[in-house]
Each structure stands twice: as structure tokens, then as C-alpha cells.
Design a protein around this ligand. Structure first.
Ligand SMILES: Cc1cc2nc3c(=O)[nH]c(=O)nc-3n(C[C@H](O)[C@H](O)[C@H](O)COP(=O)(O)OP(=O)(O)OC[C@H]3O[C@@H](n4cnc5c(N)ncnc54)[C@H](O)[C@@H]3O)c2cc1C
Length: 531
């Protein structure tokens, strides 16, 4: 029997405080935020979490005749409780009909939702990203038509980028958009791996589809973005439907669809051939949300491991064995570090244009490092369980299966590392951030980490491109660990209870990360003759 999830509201609140919640509250106060999080915590623990194992066991089914995708009714009811509670508009500006809470609070809600039911949580996250797209790029008319049903949770959103020949290389996509005699755009092509591409939980789905218009240049420069509703205004079905569902390692309650577009009616969002810029309005927040998935799922796995270790006796209760305590401590401290990094990123998002370069820097860090680490931490949670952890009934294996996708989607972690080294390092934002955090981080490990990041940044910026790319992934890990270590140290400087966590992180995370320098500077030559 799986340990029930308990939303760690106080833990989250303290992480929000430690990463600058007070600076972004505006007219709101902390008590209101605490009330909101407590309320969502109850929904997550009592309503959303109990449906998680049901969704994993029963999955989703496609009716090949009607193209309808259905899943367990328990998940539909859980989604309704979320939508009817008005949560979808939490962090949407009041002028667009939302409640105007900061991104930091939205991420806190997302962390709890994803821990409770990661597969279901992707549906509102995608809708949230569609709302961001509309508020940033939609015309007044598009906002008037689409924002209200998305905010109410009666419609949901999707992102249709990936095609069989276009994954990391989005610029290779082939879906065509052509203007018909009636002046409307019509889209034809096939998209794969589309999360929540078809389902019955909402009355309509607003697909955001990347496509190429006639005469567009090759690559990402020639891409435009279209809104394609599943059901048209007159109630008829648009020419877009699911023709297949993937059978996956995890995330089984989230339909991952092959979508066929046959002259589907679409509306341009933003300008023609500016589609990638508009799509990044959805993708960048989505990358931060993936970081929140790593935190939430690791937290839930930790709760399960902690409860099991307190109960299981082998000679003595296993939590008293130093090696088991070590595994639990790695989880506890790793989660705290990821959480601080995530909320520091959300804080940069809340602070507006003057923090854009910092947000741009932190986005690949928060997407990639926590998702790699979550795989290690959920695996450790299984290890704490011993053999029974490998048995599905405990529910712990689902954490590892679900989290595995996070280092792949929303731009693989390899792509995040390339982005960090080629686009974010040249801005100097990493050095600036570490300089700002330096006064509160006095440990020798962090001082060495800062010096090493500075030295390696210079090396990477001067290196041959292939050499720099060959060192990008270990550099991302080092950079993220050093930044997260500083955030923990800053917290420890004002909170004595955090000091053991910071010291543990220095030994178990910063120390090993310093050892990556050799792999970062060994260059592409080290790969020669190996394969
Ligand atoms: C469950 C699930 C849900 C998904 N949801 C969506 C969705 O809603 N919408 C959507 O559009 N897509 C979605 N995807 C697709 C996902 O975003 C892609 O799988 C991902 O972008 C990787 O593309 P690919 O699978 O073609 O892998 P590839 O691009 O073929 O990558 C294979 C490997 O090569 C590496 N690689 C490729 N190019 C480079 C490079 N330039 N530099 C370094 N390494 C490189 C990658 O890092 C990876 O390790 C989903 C996928 C899954 C499995």
C-alpha cells in the first residue's frame, strides 16, 4: 500500500521566502499566499493524489473509429475539481481575467499538482502556456474568444511542434499552412508525441501548431504559429484528429498522441514566419514547469521512502542504518536545492524585463539539472525500499517511470546544455549571479566552485565549437550545482536549521561536481576512437 502524498506547504513557503517572495508580492500579502497554498495543498493531497495510481494502472484508450480518447472517470472528476476551483487563472493578470498571483505562487501550485498526479498536471500546464501565448501574441479578437474558456478550464491547450523528422531540429518540420480561396489558413501534416492532443476532459482543445507557409525559408526562420481549435465555432469538427496513442514507460494517464491534420482551419498568431519567437513564449515557462515536475515527483518519492524506512526492520529499523540515512539525506537535500533553484527562477520571471537575462540563464539550468537529478533521487527512493521497491504495488516504481521523460521533452537536456554554452554563457549572467550570491557563501567548496565556473566559462567561450559542445552537459551540471549550493548557503546564513543541509550539499554535490572539470575541458578529441 502506497504512502499517501502530503503536500509540504510549509516547506514550499519557506523556499519561496528564501528566494524572494516578498519582493514580488505587490498588493498581495504573505498570509494570502499561505492560505492559497494550504487550500491547494488539500486539493492535491485529498483529491488529485488518490487518482494517480488509478491513471497509471488503467491508462488511456483511443477509439480508432471515432478518434475519441478516454481515460478513467476519476481523473475527469479530479480535473473538474481543479478547474471549478478557479485555479487555472491563478497567475494570469487581472486585466486578462485572472487572479494576478506571481509566477512563484503558480509554480508552488504546479509543484504540488505534479507530485499528486504528474500525468494529469500536464493538462493545466499546457493550458497555462496557451494563455501565456495569447496574452503575449494574440490579437484582441483572439484573446476575447479564447482566454475566457481557457481560464475557466472548459478548454485546454496543446503544443504541436514535433514531427517524425523534426524533434530537436524543429526547423526541419514539414506541416504546411496554405491560404484557401476563402482567405482562411488550412494546415496539413502530421505531428507526433502530442501531450493531451485528444481527450474528453474539456469541451474543446486549442492546438498551437507550428507550420510552414508557402515560400518560407528553410529552418526555424520559416516557421509560423497557428491556433487550431478541435471544434469550430459552428460546432463542427476541425480537420485535426488523433490517429494513434503511444504506449509509454510512464505518464500513462497523459495521452501522447499522433495527430493528423487534413486541411485543418487555423489562425495565425503573431506574424507570419515569427512562429518560433511566439512558441518560445510557451516553451520557456514549460521548461520551468518541467523543473517543477522534477521537484514534485522527487518529493513524493522521498515521502514514500521516508515512511518505509521508518517502518521496515532489518536488525533495527532501517532508517537507523547510516547508509539508509545517507540515501534519505541525499533526497532531502537534493530536493531542497532543486526547489530553491526553481523558485529563484520563478522569482526572476516575476521581476520583469530587467531580470530577463537572468531568467534566460536559469531556464536551461532548472530544466536540465533537476530532471537528471530526479532520476537519481527517485531511483534512490526505490533503493531504500529494497526488493519491494521493484514491485509495482508499492507505487514507488511509478515515480521513476514517470520522471524519466523529463530529461527528454521540452528540449532534451543535451539541447539545454548547448543552449547554456552557446547562447547564455556569452551574456555574462552566470558570473553576475554568482558574484551577487558570493558574500553569503563562505564555504571552501563554494569558493572553489565559483572560481572553477569562472575559469571554465572563459575556456568554453574561447574553445573550438566542437570542443565546447563536447563539454556542455558536464558544465551545465557543475554550473547548476554551484548556483544551487549558493542558494542553500544563503538560506543557511539566515536560518540555522538550513546549515546542515548546506554543509551536506557541499560534500555530496559540490565536491563531486568540481571533479567534472576534466571532462568539460577534455574536448571532442576524447571521443575519437572510443565508438
Ligand atoms: C511523453 C512525451 C510527451 C511529449 N509531448 C510533446 C508535446 O506535447 N508536443 C511536442 O511537440 N512534442 C512533444 N514530445 C516530443 C519531445 O519534445 C521530443 O521527443 C524531444 O524534443 C526530442 O526529440 P526527438 O524525440 O526527435 O529526439 P531527437 O531530436 O532525435 O534526439 C535524440 C538524441 O539526440 C540528441 N540531439 C539531437 N540533436 C542534438 C544537437 N543539436 N546537439 C546535441 N544533441 C542532440 C538529443 O539530445 C537526444 O539525446 C513529447 C515526447 C514524449 C515522449
Amino acid at each position: 500500500m502506497s504512502t499517501p502524498y502530503r503536500a509540504p506547504v510549509e516547506e514550499i513557503l519557506s523556499a519561496l521566502r528564501a528566494t524572494g517572495l516578498g519582493d514580488v508580492l505587490g498588493d498581495l500579502d504573505e498570509t494570502t499566499v499561505a492560505d492559497v497554498l494550504a487550500q491547494f495543498g488539500r486539493l492535491a493531497s485529498e483529491v488529485l493524489a488518490p487518482t494517480d495510481a488509478i491513471g497509471d494502472r488503467r491508462g488511456v484508450q483511443l477509439d480508432p473509429v471515432t478518434g475519441t480518447v478516454t481515460g478513467p472517470p476519476e481523473l475527469t472528476a479530479a480535473y473538474r475539481a481543479y478547474a471549478d476551483g478557479g485555479w487555472q487563472g491563478l497567475a494570469v493578470a487581472a486585466e486578462h481575467g485572472g487572479a494576478g498571483f506571481p509566477e512563484m505562487v503558480r509554480l508552488a501550485v504546479e509543484e504540488m499538482f505534479t507530485a499528486a498526479n504528474m500525468a494529469l498536471s500536464m493538462l493545466p500546464v499546457l493550458s497555462q502556456d496557451a494563455i501565456k501565448l495569447l496574452t503575449a501574441w494574440g490579437s484582441d479578437e483572439q484573446r476575447a474568444r479564447y482566454l475566457e474558456p481557457l481560464l475557466a478550464g472548459r478548454w485546454s491547450g496543446t503544443m504541436l511542434l514535433t514531427e517524425p523528422g523534426a524533434g530537436s531540429d524543429v526547423g526541419a518540420l514539414r506541416t504546411r499552412a496554405e491560404r484557401g480561396a476563402d482567405g482562411c489558413w488550412r494546415l496539413t501534416g502530421q505531428k507526433i508525441f502530442i501531450s493531451w492532443g485528444e481527450h474528453e476532459l474539456t469541451e474543446n482543445i486549442l492546438h498551437a501548431v507550428l507550420a510552414r507557409t508557402p515560400g518560407a525559408p528553410p529552418g526555424t526562420r520559416g516557421i509560423s504559429l497557428f491556433l487550431v481549435p478541435k471544434v469550430l465555432d459552428d460546432g463542427s469538427r476541425n480537420g485535426i484528429r488523433a490517429i494513434g496513442l503511444e504506449h509509454k514507460l510512464g505518464l500513462r494517464a497523459s495521452p501522447t498522441c499522433v495527430m493528423q491534420l487534413d486541411e485543418a482551419v487555423g489562425e495565425l498568431v503573431g506574424e507570419e514566419q515569427q512562429g518560433m519567437r511566439a512558441m518560445f513564449t510557451m516553451m520557456n515557462p514549460a521548461r520551468i514547469s518541467v523543473g517543477a515536475q522534477a521537484v514534485g515527483v522527487s518529493e513524493r518519492a522521498y515521502q514514500q521512502a521516508r515512511a518505509y524506512a521508518a517502518d521496515r526492520v532489518q536488525g533495527q529499523v532501517i532508517e537507523d542504518h547510516p547508509d539508509v540515512r545517507r540515501m534519505l539525506a541525499l533526497q532531502r537535500v537534493g530536493i531542497r536545492a532543486m526547489r530553491l533553484l526553481m523558485y529563484a527562477t520563478a522569482n526572476a520571471a516575476d521581476r520583469g524585463p530587467s531580470f530577463q537575462t537572468r531568467l534566460d540563464l536559469l531556464t536551461p539550468l532548472v530544466k536540465a539539472w533537476p530532471t537528471d537529478l530526479a532520476l537519481e533521487l527517485t531511483s534512490l527512493a526505490i533503493q531504500v525500499h529494497g526488493g519491494i521497491g521493484y514491485v509495482e504495488e508499492t507505487g514507488i516504481a511509478q515515480r521513476l517511470r514517470d520522471i524519466r521523460i523529463t530529461s527528454i521533452y521540452e528540449g532534451t537536456n543535451g539541447i539545454q546544455a548547448v543552449d547554456l554554452v552557446t547562447r547564455k554563457l556569452p551574456t555574462g549572467a552566470l558570473g553576475e549571479l554568482l558574484d551577487e550570491l558570493a558574500p553569503t557563501a563562505t564555504s571552501s567548496a563554494l569558493t572553489a566552485g565559483r572560481a572553477q565556473v569562472a575559469e571554465l566559462t572563459s575556456w568554453l567561450l574561447a574553445a573550438d565549437r566542437q570542443d565546447a559542445l563536447a563539454g556542455a552537459t558536464p558544465f551545465l551540471r557543475l554550473a547548476a550545482v554551484v548556483v544551487a549550493g549558493h542558494l542553500l548557503a544563503r538560506e543557511a546564513a539566515s536560518d540555522a536549521e538550513a546549515a546542515p543541509l548546506s554543509a551536506f550539499f557541499d560534500v555530496e554535490f559540490v565536491g563531486p561536481a568540481l571533479g567534472l572539470a576534466g571532462a568539460i575541458t577534455a574536448g571532442a578529441g576524447r571521443l575519437d576512437g572510443v565508438l
